[in-house]
Design a protein around this ligand. Structure first.
Ligand code: MD3
Ligand code: FE
Length: 203
């Protein structure tokens, strides 16, 4: 099943549900090497969600700006390799939505505790906006806000549950989007937390 939410954006409900345990185990392995942490925006605000990365590049933010880099600023180590399970899943989801050219080199892992959200923003730190972005939701549900090309455009709201995958590309790649503060809930595999994987092509 494939639910279009815009001309070139799709929700694949439950696409990753059968792989929940394996994905969470893979995330645990990444977190052991590159711990989750709250980063600061260039404006000095602490982000609500904790994050880490795997892959050749990782997304970071600090007082100097937003960027991708090959090392973890906390440890100065290279980011952990992207687990093949995550890489394959992203290629399969992108392909199912008609995106053939996708060479993912980063997986950003966001971890949301109850009350954490993410304000409306665009993802524009990547080099090639013709590559899609694949997102995998795990754990407790979240309301995802999907806006337009302008911050002022009224966003549509979609409930994303454990195992739901979303693919964005083409003309929708630069749409504003965000996550409403997570409601208190329980998932058997993650407790009160929500994980989101965004698999991207940075370079
Ligand atoms: C829509 N993460 O990390 S999923 C982010 O659930 C981010 O953690 C959210 O937005 C989360 O930047 C939302 C991903 C997402 C990523 C890129 C997009 C949605 C997008 C690009 C265009 C439109
Ligand atoms: Fe984003």
């Amino acid at each position: 099943p494939l639910k279009p939410i815009a001309n070139e954006s799709y929700i694949l409900p439950g696409f990753a549900t059968a792989k929940t345990n394996a994905l969470l185990t893979a995330i645990e392995g990444v977190i052991q090497v590159a711990p989750l942490r709250q980063m600061h925006t260039p404006g000095g605000f602490k982000m609500a969600a904790q994050l880490t990365n795997c892959g050749k590049y990782g997304w970071v933010t600090d007082s100097h700006g937003y960027r991708y880099q090959t090392t973890d600023p906390e440890t100065n180590l290279s980011w952990p390799t992207m687990p093949e399970l995550i890489h394959q899943l992203a290629l399969e989801a992108a392909s199912a939505c008609g995106f053939a050219h996708f060479k993912p080199d980063v997986c950003l892992i966001n971890c949301y505790q109850p009350g954490a959200g993410m304000g409306l923003h665009q993802d524009k730190d990547e080099k090639d906006f013709s590559a899609p972005i694949v997102s995998v939701s795990l754990g407790v549900p979240a309301i995802f806000l999907f806006g337009g090309a302008k911050r002022q455009d009224k966003p549509s709201a979609y409930l994303l549950k454990n195992g739901d995958v979303v693919v964005w590309g083409g003309e929708d790649r630069l749409r504003f989007h965000g996550v409403q503060p997570i409601k208190l809930a329980h998932h058997p595999m993650t407790g009160q937390k929500r994980f989101n994987l965004t698999i991207r092509q940075a370079a």
